[in-house]
Design a protein around this ligand. Structure first.
Ligand code: AGP
Length: 608
């Protein structure tokens, strides 16, 4: 999704802005641009495509300035093109970058067209530049113009703007789209993603909805929703600069897959002790709260919802609680069942997914017992707005395809399962067993990572196919879904997942020699039934790739069998995610796709 970086400094700003844009590349984008004050004028450069093209343009045009704004755009309104790229400008005076969506843009555009403004782009963002220009006719500063503007805009926005007539200041505005201010020595910054400022500062102010701010190299002023000068708490955030390097790995995704043993250790750190989960790990008073929970409602999107689907099995089997799950994008529109004994859980690695946030905000207005967030981004809206919170502490995830954030979400959800069971006195021995298994999980994950060479062996067989099926039963069905999602998003192979028992109700018609079928088949109560389902595939010539630990139970004269490390059954969904991630990665590598930034996708989906 779109990324904003802005800076008012005492030094040359161009390189700094370009560096920040590179750091936000992982979010997914299609064009980039910069506007900066240069000796009474504004240099305005935009390119379709990657940041390196913008950098080339900067090198050839050599604009010199100290105050500027920059942007990476992920198209929503209007196709990817240079003309639709940000910054947008009005009358060569006002330049803006914008993240979010202006919902009343058509009405505003019509008003502005009547007033004589010409629109060059197809975006909803350009009107922000024209409206600011319009308000500057009756206001003496960009700050005041921005305060007038926010009363007109409906929707989500993070905006950074500059006025050609005011070379020292930048003006910012935020509503439902993240924007932070970074504090430096004789320089101040703003960004939609703290990672963009990783090497510049550790001191941040998080803007709140309705805030407008003015920053120069030596001053920061923030005005609240009522336009009153206000203070926002200064936070120290160590945005790990290492996260922005791939080390010896070919892609961030590969690095993040291999970081999982350490990431899981971090999720567990300080949360378990002796034979149980520690009290109040979801925030003060959370253990008392959890004792009152009678039902659970989960909202999330994509991979995060798959984690929720696994957890629903755990909540029922270990904590004795029924769970309702919904795509966050659907939940608000289905008249959800709500009562005061239900805990609403929102899961999101970014904590900025618009649908998940909208669901959380909807839930907060309703009569739920409380809301609880599982999130990897401490500065995110979700982390700040949920009543209770567990941070997964996986470290920054850059690859669009979620890997370590998924497995750490599962670990966090298992901690929640245990905390719910503990709060109601359920299953003390089982809890002890799972705690023990969690302690050894990072080692088991390291063992599963060693399967890479086996997977590399057969990845070419899948890489030259157009479709793939993933099968799993029970608690492994969500893992099959996650395997299929991973494969399709980075290799662009069409992949679907089914509970294996459903095959004969339709999908079996698709099976022939051209259909690879990936099955998750550990030794458990459904193993034999799954074996029969795999026979149905074999009989129709489908190529089987089976991950399991009971080969003797399967008649696999054809197909591949990958022997998985042993692990406590209740944690096997976490373990079995690992080879499926490696498989997608290796297949995508062979197909030569843009693995870290797959086409059309974004890391943090901040539009509904
Ligand atoms: C994961 O591989 C996907 N890119 C995507 O499904 C993602 O999980 C989803 O957009 C939710 O993101 P979140 O965890 O940041 O809310």
């Amino acid at each position: 999704m779109c990324g904003i970086i802005a800076a008012a400094t005492d030094r040359s700003v161009g390189k700094l802005l370009i560096k920040g844009l590179y750091k936000m590349e992982y979010r997914g984008y299609d064009s980039a641009g910069i506007a900066m004050h240069v000796e009474g004028d504004v240099a305005h450069l935009r390119t379709l495509g990657k940041v390196n093209l913008l950098e080339d343009k900067m090198k050839s045009e050599k604009p010199k300035g100290k105050v500027g704004i920059a942007h990476t755009r992920w198209a929503t309104h209007g196709e990817p093109s240079e003309i639709n790229a940000h910054p947008h400008q009005s009358n060569d005076r006002v330049f803006i970058v914008h993240n979010g969506i202006i919902e009343n843009y058509l009405d505003l555009k019509n008003e502005l067209t009547t007033q004589g403004y010409t629109f060059y782009s197809k975006t909803d963002s350009e009107l922000i530049a024209h409206l600011l220009d319009h308000f500057l006719k009756t206001n003496d500063s960009l700050l005041k113009a921005m305060q007038s503007l926010k009363n007109k805009l409906e929707g989500a926005y993070a905006i950074a703007a500059l006025d050609q007539k005011d070379p020292d200041n930048l003006v910012l505005a935020r509503n439902r789209s993240p924007l932070v201010i970074g504090l430096g020595k004789k320089e101040n910054f703003a960004a939609s993603d703290p990672l963009a400022l990783a090497e510049l500062t550790k001191k941040f102010l998080i803007m709140e909805d309705g805030d407008v701010a003015r920053i120069s190299s030596n001053q920061v002023e923030i005005y609240d929703e009522q336009d009153k000068l206000t203070n926002r708490e200064e936070l120290s955030i160590d945005v790990n600069a290492e996260a922005s390097s791939k080390g010896n790995f070919r892609h961030y995704m590969e690095k993040e897959i291999f970081e999982q043993p350490g990431a899981i250790l971090n999720t567990l750190d300080g949360r378990i002790g002796g034979e149980d989960v520690l009290d109040n790990i979801f925030g003060e008073g959370s253990s008392d709260l959890l004792a009152k929970v009678k039902r659970v409602q989960i909202v999330a999107c994509g991979t995060a919802l798959h984690a929720g689907r696994v957890a629903a099995n755990w909540f029922s089997a270990i904590s004795g609680l029924p769970t309702q799950m919904d795509y966050a994008s659907e939940y608000r529109y289905k008249n959800p069942y709500i009562d005061e004994d239900t805990l609403l859980i929102a899961i999101s690695q970014s904590g900025e997914t618009a649908d998940t946030l909208a669901a959380l905000r909807y839930a907060k207005e309703k009569d739920y017992l409380a809301t609880l967030g599982i999130c990897n981004t401490p500065t995110s809206s979700l982390a700040r707005e949920a009543d209770y919170l567990l941070l997964t502490n996986a470290g920054q995830e850059i690859g669009v395809a979620s890997t370590k954030c998924f497995t750490t979400q599962l670990v966090a959800l298992m901690l929640l399962t245990l905390a719910l069971a503990k709060a109601s006195g359920k299953n003390p021995r089982l809890r002890g067993r799972i705690i023990e298994a969690l302690r050894t999980l990072p080692e088991k994950i390291s063992d599963a990572l060693k399967l890479k060479s086996d997977i590399v062996d057969f990845a070419p067989e899948i890489a030259n196919k157009d479709n793939a099926l993933f099968l799993g039963r029970g608690i492994f069905y969500p893992i099959a879904k996650e395997g299929a999602l991973k494969l399709k998003e980075i290799s662009y192979i069409h992949a679907e997942a089914y509970p294996a028992g459903e095959l004969k109700h339709g999908p079996l018609a698709l099976i022939d020699e051209e259909m690879p079928v990936v099955a998750i088949a550990p030794e458990y109560e459904l193993a034999e039934k799954l074996a029969s389902n795999l026979e149905e595939v074999k009989a129709r010539g489908g190529a089987l790739y089976v991950f399991g630990n009971a080969k003797e139970k399967l008649d696999l004269s054809t197909g591949r069998y990958i022997s998985m490390p042993e692990c406590d059954f209740l944690l096997t969904p976490i373990l079995y995610s690992i080879p499926l991630q490696i498989l997608s990665y290796e297949v995508a590598l062979l197909r030569g796709t843009d693995i870290d930034q797959p086409r059309n996708l974004a890391k943090s989906v901040t539009v509904e």
